[in-house]
Design a binder for this molecule. Structure first.
Ligand code: EPU
Length: 455
């Protein structure tokens, strides 16, 4: 089992390119199920979850062809994937694949809409919480689907005639909207008869990216990125080509890595437009993120100063004050601070000068990193969904492990800043969401190696 061995204390310096976003690529790949024609996706990251989705889509009768677009050394562009329907009769997403990746649920809406029938293993909970799918099912039922549960599988059937019907759908739940639920309903509504209005839709940039692909495929969608999305159904969608939006979570992770090591890095293909809340909190901590090249010289790198593609794919320089200030951070649905960066900012705040308060409002139990950071000398007190982080002068290296992708990223950051040799075990969690993280960090001057750790 792979582990990272990190010699902490190196300042990160250099330039890296942010990859395409995992959480955009997965539902966009599933949207390939909506048409008989080829869908071509560019800048798809090389990740374990992408491999799993390729496997799942092949099982569901798509031919998935891959061509390399760039280098695999942490620079260059990602994969080009070409998806093409081959056998639309295969409508079962099996437990063996779904259990490895919850995002498999995003095949449900496209299959139901295009094929009139879907059988998808019910995803279980995972290490960050229960993760129900009631809102996905509520949305699809509103469009006329008959949904039942059979031997652990969600069985969804379109009404007689095989086509869903547009409807008004409310997708708000106890923790806000649902990202993949919005994706599922948007895909289903794209091929439904009549107009669908999604109220309390998720506003995440990855949802907007899906709407862009669907629009390129001939869908009629208004308001993506706002809480009210209107979809006028069309009878058929065609093929399209699309480049995946850059990964705002990978970008945020490398900003924090630079800040924790008192480094200075340049990030290319940086999705400035998607990073408002993160840059706001980081500015208060004392981390400066400024555009270089187009948009340079505009204070704080605020997205409003750039527009169009430039705002989504710009180049920024990250630097920080030596003394990091404590802040309050609350995770929220977009445009709030993302839950997928909570572990990483906690690692950063462990080194701030004072008390920070972190509240998790999306997955209230997403704190697997807390006990591990404490093993590295962090001072953390958790009370329900809130953690009081008291900054310490330094972190000390230790063997650590976390059974969640983002928690593991937080531990790598802590290891980069800690005194001594940190071993982060079970790196396969990181490989689900970060493309060869060790190569990117090596490129920035970190001393980090991937080793095969027995057991
Ligand atoms: N929820 C419900 N009912 C539902 C669906 C969700 O109550 O039917 C609750 C969840 O339990 C949670 C909240 O609503 O409390 C938000 O969950 P959401 O459905 O938005 O999460 P998701 O769509 O399953 C995506 C990302 C996650 C990210 C969340 C929140 C993908 C593939 N996954 O999950 O990413 O944390 O949105 O932003 O897009 C990660 O990349 O590490 C990751 C976990």
């Amino acid at each position: 089992m792979d582990a990272f061995v990190i010699q902490g204390g190196r300042r990160l310096r250099g330039r890296v390119r942010i990859h395409g976003a995992k959480n955009a690529a997965l539902p966009l790949m599933a949207a390939g199920l909506l048409t008989e024609e080829p869908v071509v996706l560019r800048d798809v990251p090389r990740l374990a979850d992408i491999r799993n989705m390729q496997k799942l889509l092949s099982t569901l009768g798509l031919r998935v062809e891959e061509e390399e677009q760039g280098s695999t050394d942490g620079g260059g562009e990602g994969l080009v994937l070409r998806l093409k329907e081959e056998d639309p009769q295969r409508s079962e997403a099996p437990y063996e694949i779904v259990r490895t990746m919850r995002a498999s649920i995003c095949v449900l809406g496209p299959m139901l809409a295009k094929r009139g029938y879907a059988r998808v293993s019910m995803p279980g909970g995972c290490n960050i919480g229960d993760r129900p799918v009631d809102l996905h099912l509520r949305g699809l039922r509103a469009l006329g689907a008959k949904i039942s549960l059979d031997a652990g599988y969600i069985v969804a059937q379109a009404p007689a005639g095989g086509r869903l019907r547009g409807a008004r759908v409310f997708l708000g739940g106890p923790f806000g909207s649902t990202v993949l639920g919005t994706d599922n309903v948007m895909c289903a509504a794209a091929l439904a008869e009549g107009t669908t209005i999604i109220e309390s839709a998720a506003c995440e940039p990855e949802v907007v990216d899906l709407a862009r692909l669907l629009t390129a495929m001939g869908a009629k969608i208004e308001g993506a990125g706002s809480p009210r999305v209107v979809i006028h159904g069309v009878p058929k969608l065609h093929g399209a080509e699309h480049r995946i939006v850059p990964d705002r979570i990978e970008a945020g992770t490398y900003i924090m890595a630079a800040a924790m090591t008192n480094g200075e890095v340049v990030l290319e293909n940086f999705p400035l437009e998607a990073m408002g809340a993160v840059l706001d909190r980081l500015a208060e901590v004392g981390v400066l993120v400024e555009p270089v090249g187009p948009g340079a010289g505009r204070a704080g790198g605020m997205a409003a100063t750039l527009d169009g593609d430039e705002a989504w794919r710009t180049t920024v320089r990250v630097s920080s004050e030596r003394r990091l200030h404590p802040v309050q951070v609350t995770t929220q649905p977009h445009p709030g601070f993302p839950t997928d960066l909570q572990a990483q900012i906690m690692a950063l705040l462990c080194l701030a000068d004072g008390n920070s308060i972190l509240t998790e409002k999306i997955f209230p139990d997403r704190f697997l990193h807390v006990a591990e950071l404490a093993r590295m000398g962090a001072s953390l007190i958790r009370n329900g969904p809130t953690v009081l982080v008291t900054g310490v002068k330094e972190l000390t290296a230790a063997p650590v492990m976390a059974s969640d992708l983002r928690a593991s990223a937080g531990l790598v950051l802590a290891g980069l800043a800690a005194r001594g040799t940190t071993i982060v075990n079970r790196v396969y969690h990181l490989d689900r969401g970060y493309e060869r993280m060790e190569l990117t960090l090596q490129k920035l001057g970190a001393q980090i190696e991937r080793v095969d750790q027995p057991g």
